[in-house]
Unconditional design. Structure first.
Lengths: 381, 381
């Protein structure tokens, strides 16, 4: 059983002011070609199909074309919802699409959908688990009392009980401990989203989505496919790829990582205006690259952007790093730490605004509110 | 070829403050049963599947269940988009769904999709034309210079050129001249939306959507299916139905209209508070009806709503008709006439606010703005 593992397409995502529609079309077309030449039996997409739960029409069209192109290859397609997707929207018509070997996981209701297949090496089962948070498990199971992602996922995994005499693949969209984050994932505020990869020990391959860098976690066969494109400058050094998984007899899994070459790459440049418009520097950058520029000139130049644009037409941001900006290092806002609970973040803001700690009533209200917000976010699915 | 003709499901539509989710589920379940017992070959749905171009998740789930239930009957399903639908969203995965005899018209690009079928009587073609406005035709055809709906539709119909030696069905969502409106359709402001039914002369049956009352227009075989539920009090006297169309040999079309019975009906009551809570009046109204009440008491009663709610739990609106309200007949706003162009409506408001006519500059700006608004509305699809 040979399949392509993809994830985190984030169709509809923008890079600063730039639409990535054409870049996304391009990379998905390239993926279709790679799927074709690699003679896979199927494609597995591990969540975050769209960037928004209500994707723009453009994005829907792109995904429609991609899905149609893949389906015309007469291969199976497995899709789960990620934290960016509205699973109910994504899984529209899924019961009918199944007849054409297009499997889209339904809204999580406690059960993990199992798809049974067979090849020359015997039986192989795919388990489809869309992104879940502890609240989803609480809704589905009255007897679940856990609070953490690990507890929630463990509870659900214990229900699966796969037949380990045959081959099993899990498709999941979670943050697995030890994996390396970028800045562009939206990680659950309040921390402890991560789950242990040892939860997946019964599976011959775990096709993960959520983190943007392609990587194995814990063992070679628990893998993030990564995004097909670089979606932020924190991903600038990533080598984006499509993962080809070949599961032969039980215990034998071969992995091949095929590079994905974008239409436009991301480039960071730092130097004085004079340096950056130097012919050799300009020549070293693909002219259609998205460029993030940091100028080191001590004297700000009003027309710097106009000058630079003549050499770099896709500038996404421009900033200064000089003695002035280094001195004037006022922090206007702060990054939200994953280690803090939402209530703590609210309280910190409260203290800044009111110059006193919260009292118990205020703290109680905050906790209620935070709880309500999370529950409601669940409801919208 | 025997098929059920439906239209204007408007899934997600609300009645005043009331959700109609349960009513819609109920009527669609009843429709599935009727489809089953009537042994049809297919179901045709002539647009306005959803009430909003971005339907709520509830609505998507309801439509998903309906479509799955119909598809499990192994019949064909034809769906076009109406003016309330985002055709691009609606037609997601349509290329794959076609393999399961689910045909959803794509975004109008100038061509009218043709589906060819055969039965014991020979060949029969279905033409799928989603809702179009003149601007859609202008975008698709540079040589189209018409302004009206009739010109636009005629232009498109002329391209179809159906083989009239076989049977032809057109599925369309437009306002056809002579048909009877309700208050609940959203008719193109600016008037002249209506098209002549004679445009459809080449078709053995025309399955129309847009108007909420089931009715034939011009001839028995050009028909609006109507909404499955009453969606406003202007529809209170409608007899909602599903139309069963049996097209036998060329020239022989049999129509059967099967009543659809809602879970909750609409009722209008008028009288004094005392009269309306009289036992015989209360007994004459199904207790779960949505009720619109007009009180005729000369003295307003503060607790009237509370009293009435004990007898009529689903009151959607309450008003007074007495000597005071009849005298105090100030018109706060006015209905928008279909005969007026949008520019005229804006100018009328301008005059009211500024006590003078628009000058040419202002009139020019208004025209530009109105044009831009309509073009943009097209773009969102």
């Amino acid at each position: 059983m040979k399949f392509a593992h993809l994830a985190d397409l984030h169709i509809g995502k923008r890079l600063y002011e730039y639409s990535l529609v054409e870049n996304q079309k391009d990379i998905l077309n390239k993926i279709v070609e790679l799927v074709k030449v690699n003679c896979v039996d199927g494609v597995v997409i591990s969540g975050d199909i769209y960037d928004k739960s209500v994707p723009p029409v453009d994005a829907v069209k792109i995904m429609d074309d991609f899905l149609s192109a893949l389906s015309s290859l007469e291969i199976f397609i497995i899709i789960i919802g990620g934290n960016h997707d509205s699973v109910a929207r994504l899984s529209f018509a899924s019961k009918i699409l199944e007849k054409n070997n297009v499997y889209i996981s339904p809204v999580f209701s406690g059960n993990v959908e199992k798809i049974e297949m067979t090849d020359n090496f015997g039986r192989i089962n795919f388990y489809l688990l869309p992104y879940i948070r502890p609240v989803n498990v609480r809704r589905a199971y009255e007897d679940f009392e856990g609070e953490t992602f690990t507890e929630a996922l463990k509870f659900v995994m214990d229900k699966i009980n796969p037949d380990t005499s045959i081959r099993n693949v899990l498709v999941s969209h979670q943050f697995v401990t030890g994996a390396q984050k970028s800045d562009s994932e939206e990680i659950y505020v309040g921390g402890s989203e991560n789950v242990a990869y040892t939860l997946f020990d019964d599976f011959d391959y775990v096709a993960l989505g959520h983190l943007h860098m392609p990587q194995a976690v814990g063992r070679e066969t628990v893998r993030y496919a990564g995004t097909p494109l670089k979606y932020s400058f924190s991903e600038i050094s990533h080598k984006k790829s499509m993962t080809i998984v070949d599961i032969r007899e039980k215990g034998k899994v071969e992995i091949e990582v095929i590079p994905l070459i974008p239409a436009q790459d991301l480039v960071e440049l730092k130097g004085s205006l004079k340096e950056l418009i130097n012919e050799s520097v300009v020549a070293s950058v693909e002219c259609n690259s998205f460029v993030k520029i940091t100028l080191t000139d001590e004297v700000l130049k009003n027309d710097a952007l106009d000058v630079l644009k003549q050499f770099y037409p896709y500038i996404v941001s421009i900033g200064y790093d000089n003695s002035m900006t280094r001195q004037n290092n006022v922090v206007q806002s702060r990054a939200v730490s994953e280690e803090q609970r939402p209530e703590e973040i609210v309280e910190e803001l409260f203290v800044q605004q009111n110059n006193r700690q919260m009292n118990d009533v205020e703290r109680g209200l905050t906790e209620k509110l935070v709880k309500k917000v999370w529950e409601r976010e669940y409801e919208t699915d």
